[in-house]
Ligand binder design. Structure first.
Ligand code: FES
Length: 90
């Protein structure tokens, strides 16, 4: 599944490991956008199990996209894709 808009020129894809699987992502997009485009909407558990965390504002305000990238806690919406990244829940 790829939810990206078709027909837009992008750099060649690279592979990252996220939530236990390999995902194709394009340098220049954020980790959050790449995950969502790959169908990985659930970023973590919220206080209410019926309402898991996912990216919401996509501009660094809400903190709902916190994840670990290569072991560091980051805002996924502000973290650019780099080949070989390993993304895990916060
Ligand atoms: S989606 Fe809101 S801070 Fe990242």
């Amino acid at each position: 599944m790829d939810l990206r808009i078709a027909g837009i020129a992008r750099p060649p894809p690279v592979t990252i490991a996220a939530f236990g699987r390999d995902i194709q992502a394009h340098p220049g997009e954020s980790v959050a956008a790449a995950l969502i485009a790959a169908g990985q909407w659930r970023f973590g558990e919220g206080e209410d199990p019926a309402r898991p965390r996912t990216a919401f504002c996509m501009m660094g305000v809400c903190q709902q996209c916190l994840l670990r990238v290569d072991g560091r806690l980051v805002q996924a919406c502000l973290t650019p894709i780099v080949a070989g990244q390993v993304v895990t829940p916060a």
